[in-house]
Design a protein around this ligand. Structure first.
Ligand SMILES: [Zn+2]
Length: 307
């Protein structure tokens, strides 16, 4: 079990938590994922238990103990590489979507992105996409005249971005490749749930922001766990890929430690869920989660300190 490490609550440093759920890969991996995940390479098997806990102090829900960063990256990257080699073509075509359902997703997402840009200052020009994937958002921002930068941990995606002439790097090499970048907009789409070291991540976000920078994040809430537990079928609750489940309170608390405060903005309603419910819960639906009706959050923060 050396692949695992026990951590204190990354949001509030507390060390007391209660278990929420124990699952094995056999239970949480779909048949397709079982095909491409190489568990052996990280020294675990289909019966290794993963525990999800809730912090007794701040209610943050997270996988603990969790795979150490290097094992997590290995599981994620090896898995993804195998996935691309099995289904490569459909990923190559991300900028040329022909599927009607995916096209609809892209349009809804584009509207959300344009809404974010319209909230910024008129002279805002630097855009940073942390977790840039295949560069879809950067291409939109670039078309609007912005200076765009992307960060990802996935080599396949980074290479794909480079082919489109996008300036991308890994979190570790970013500052060496692009020194002194401070963004006006930072986007981090479907990233938070994957982050092994949240404080290291927030440090990066703070370092590359300035006063007035808008940061848009989204992610999974603990309600996803309840929903999938009730259904007895796990998909988003995947303790290898998805480590963090935020309530808006725990999210706001974590971001406030780094000088950010949440801002209210008009929700773009992209599902048939009543607007009143979405406003009450603070949830909306975005990107690839749009067609799975699950509770996720979208939150925009503004940097308030000039550091
Ligand atoms: Zn906590």
């Amino acid at each position: 079990m050396t692949a695992f490490e026990k951590i204190s609550c990354p949001v509030c440093e507390n060390t007391e938590y209660k278990p929420v759920l124990v699952l094995t890969p056999d239970e949480f991996l779909s048949e397709t994922r079982k095909e491409y995940y190489d568990l052996e390479s990280i020294g675990i098997d289909f019966n290794t238990p993963f525990t999800v806990v809730k912090c007794k102090k701040c209610s943050f829900v997270f996988v603990n103990p969790r795979l150490k960063k290097e094992y997590n990256v290995m599981a994620y990257n090896v898995g993804k590489t195998k996935k691309y080699s099995l289904h490569g073509d459909e990923y190559e075509d991300i900028h040329n979507v022909k599927d009607e359902k995916k096209l609809k997703q892209k349009r809804v997402y584009t509207e959300e992105l344009l809404a974010l840009f319209s909230m910024g200052k008129r002279d805002a020009v630097v855009f940073l996409d942390y977790g840039c994937g295949f560069g879809f958002s950067m291409i939109i921002a670039r078309a609007m005249g912005m200076d765009c930068y992307g960060v990802d941990i996935d080599q396949y995606r980074l290479e794909s971005c480079s082919r489109y002439g996008l300036k991308v790097s890994t979190p570790e090499l970013f500052d060496m490749d692009f020194p002194g970048i401070r963004a006006d907009f930072i986007l981090s789409q479907n990233v938070l749930e994957h982050v092994t070291d949240l404080n290291e991540y927030l440090d990066f976000i703070r370092k590359h922001s300035r006063e007035g920078t808008l940061v848009r994040v989204n992610g999974l809430t603990p309600a996803v766990i309840k929903k999938e537990k009730r259904a007895g079928k796990y998909k988003l609750v995947n303790p290898i890929e998805h480590l963090n489940y935020f309530t808006l309170n725990s999210l706001d608390y974590l971001f406030s430690k780094y000088g950010f405060k949440p801002i209210r903005y008009p929700f773009v309603i992209v599902s048939n869920v009543p607007r009143s419910l979405i406003l009450k819960l603070g949830y909306s639906y975005i990107g690839h989660l749009f067609f799975n009706i699950v509770p996720v959050f979208i939150r925009t923060f503004v940097q308030t300190r000039n550091i």
